[in-house]
Design a protein around this ligand. Structure first.
Ligand SMILES: [Zn+2]
Length: 288
């Protein structure tokens, strides 16, 4: 890039606009107006191993629930939908995105088209717009791992923002270790957001602790959030409706709270996480 500096293109009306407006235009073209995108690896359509981009257009939980309710919905039916909803990986508004990313030709029109034509327009547009393309949300752990495994090194160095959902019970330690290693190596990663679902197995109380240990290998992001779902759920069988279930958040700017409280978490298990975070991450949170 330095060998061929971008022409400033002062004659172009586009570059007379404020940069913020150009940002909106790039988001409109590259992400269908969304702020970020979902990346999925397809196993069937259009071809196995094909990567697809879909706009991230979350709909608020309440809006989604309202959509599910019609006059003939029985209260039992609604109950079971809310239960599914509370346990679903796409909660927090991403049901809408899930539709767009379905492995189904009918949803193809919602997928994002190639960014290449815009990038070929001119060097200055490329330089300005390319960071918009390097912000991802992975709905499946496997997608994140495959993407990071096969992306070219130059592309990996551009990645700024990664969000990833992880279901602990479906995950092998070796894969998690690999993913953490690959995330730790992203030189430009500024924001990392991980949602962990400990699942329903007997050892779901122990596993997140092991995970946090591996996740603490990732040191670079300035903003690093880990949401552990269901930590505050009580012992009873029933789930709280999504709007009342608060996922627990580990948050940091520089250091994860669980590094300080690790001994405590290891000794007492996952139930100690809320206390540890209260103790160690509160001052940092006030700072923000
Ligand atoms: Zn989304």
């Amino acid at each position: 890039m330095s060998k061929f500096p971008a022409d400033e293109q002062f004659q172009s009306p586009l570059f007379k606009l404020p940069p913020e407006v150009r940002d909106l235009i790039y988001c409109r073209i590259l992400l269908n107006g969304a702020k970020t995108q979902h990346i999925r690896v397809y196993y069937r359509y259009p071809a196995p191993g094909c990567l697809q981009r879909g706009p991230c257009s979350p709909i608020a939980d309440e809006e989604f629930i309202k959509e599910q309710i019609s006059s003939d919905t029985s209260s039992e039916e609604l109950d079971s939908r809310l239960t599914d909803y509370a346990r679903d990986p796409y909660r927090n508004g991403h049901f809408n995105c899930q539709q767009i990313l379905k492995d189904d030709p009918r949803f193809q029109e919602y997928q994002l088209s190639s960014a290449v034509p815009l990038f070929l327009t001119c060097r200055k547009i490329y330089r300005e717009a390319v960071p918009k393309l390097y912000s991802f949300r992975f709905n499946y752990f496997a997608d994140a791992l495959l993407f990071l495994r096969y992306a070219r090194l130059a592309e990996l160095d551009r990645i700024r923002n990664v969000e990833c959902f992880m279901e602990i019970e479906y995950l092998a330690d070796v894969d998690l270790r690999e993913l953490c290693g690959r995330l730790a190596n992203l030189t430009s990663l500024q924001r990392l957001h991980i949602v962990m679902d400990p699942g329903q197995k007997e050892d779901s109380n122990v596993l997140p602790v092991k995970w946090l240990d591996m996740l603490s290998l990732i040191k670079r992001p300035e903003r690093y959030e880990v949401h552990v779902l269901g930590l505050e759920a009580d012992e009873s069988e029933s789930y709280e409706p999504a709007s009342e279930q608060r996922p627990f958040v580990l948050w940091r700017k520089r250091e994860p709270a669980w590094i300080y409280g690790q001994a405590e978490i290891l000794a007492k298990g996952v139930k100690a996480i809320p206390d540890v975070c209260k103790m160690y991450s509160q001052p940092v949170m006030k700072d923000d």
